[in-house]
Design a protein around this ligand. Structure first.
Ligand code: X2X
Length: 334
């Protein structure tokens, strides 16, 4: 009897030390991004990694794989690769995840968010929680928001001030078919391709135009890819989400989950502030390169809004009426 008791005690001690050892184990995780640390997007991921390393005393390493290399450049497969455990974590765009999470198409509804306050009203409120719930249900734990930014349109042919100026222009887009609907509604000729293929296609003239935030236009030197005309139409904002595969999330202690989440929130806030603060300077740099920059009058802006209403009719049922209502309410009350 006595011996049995000692054996049980020994086994319990062993189990305890094994769990402690597991909790203290050094771990490395892969983090996917589409853009490198030459861009605010990649810097957001680097900041996350830096904070996690610091706060875990070097125990947890986030290794960043930019250029969507973990999915061979096919950025729209990032979410499913994370869900299946091929990728541990990502700082990803709602555009690229919208092929697998219909709810995040919310952010791609044309001209939904007029300014930064509207973006924040969504991400920091009830609508943002609904979006995070939808992502969690599909196998990824969302931790925090970052920002790729308001997407502006550029092309090689002419200044765009009205929908008719887009007629027949071949425009590169990526993400869900919502983008085809938006650009078809404007009379353009949209074509889907990954970012890896976009710059070569713009350079050779295989496509005439593209849409991306100013920071991406600037760092990628889109001006050298024939993009001489840039219209600031702010037609959508492209938030970033820091996410972790549920397969990985489940293996983490509550303390490590908390550490990862807090670091993501801090890195996201840092990146959003920096991106917004740098915008004016970035615009000046682009202007100095000889790019013709067009700003729209309220009337010109309204013509684009009117021309894209069909996108709402088609996509609200797919995104979810409750979610779109919550977002519109948050924007109205901002
Ligand atoms: O491919 C793009 O346009 C980019 C880099 O902005 C995204 O990943 C959505």
């Amino acid at each position: 009897m006595k011996i049995k008791r000692w054996l049980a005690f020994g086994a319990a001690c062993f189990a305890l030390s094994a769990t402690t050892a597991f909790a203290q184990e050094k771990r490395e995780f892969s983090v996917s991004t589409v853009l490198s640390d030459a861009f605010p997007w990649g810097q957001a991921a680097e900041k996350w990694a830096e904070l996690v390393k610091e706060r875990s005393d070097g125990r947890i390493t986030l290794k960043i794989y930019p250029n969507a290399q973990l999915v061979s450049g096919d950025q729209t497969r990032e979410f499913s690769a994370m869900r299946s455990g091929l990728i541990d974590m990502a700082v990803g765009s709602t555009i690229n995840w919208s092929t697998q999470v219909p709810e995040v198409n919310l952010f791609s509804l044309p001209f939904l968010m007029p300014d930064n306050a509207a973006v924040d009203a969504i991400t920091q409120g009830e609508a943002g929680k609904m979006v995070f719930d939808a992502i969690e249900k599909r196998g990824v734990m969302p931790l925090a928001w970052g920002e790729n930014g308001f997407r502006e349109i550029s092309n090689s042919k002419q200044a765009i001030t009205k929908p008719e100026d887009l007629k027949g222009l071949k425009i590169r887009v990526v993400g869900s078919p919502l983008f085809l609907d938006t650009f078809n509604a404007l009379g353009a000729n949209p074509t889907q391709m990954s970012w890896t293929d976009a710059l070569p296609a713009l350079t050779t003239g295989a496509v005439d135009g593209q849409e991306n935030p100013l920071a991406v236009y600037d760092v990628a030197r889109a001006d050298r890819a024939n993009q001489k005309y840039l219209t600031l139409w702010h037609y959508m904002n492209d938030p970033l989400i820091f996410g972790v595969s549920q397969r990985v999330w489940k293996t983490l202690s509550a303390e490590d989950q908390q550490l990862l989440k807090e670091a993501a929130v801090d890195a996201g806030k840092w990146e959003i502030e920096k991106s917004r603060a740098d915008l004016e300077k970035t615009l000046e740099i682009i202007r100095e390169r000889g790019v013709e920059i067009t700003e729209l009058t309220p009337e010109q802006h309204q013509a684009f809004v009117d021309a894209t209403q069909s996108v709402y009719e088609k996509w609200i049922p797919r995104i979810g009426k409750d979610l779109v209502d919550a977002a519109q309410k948050a924007i109205a009350e901002r």
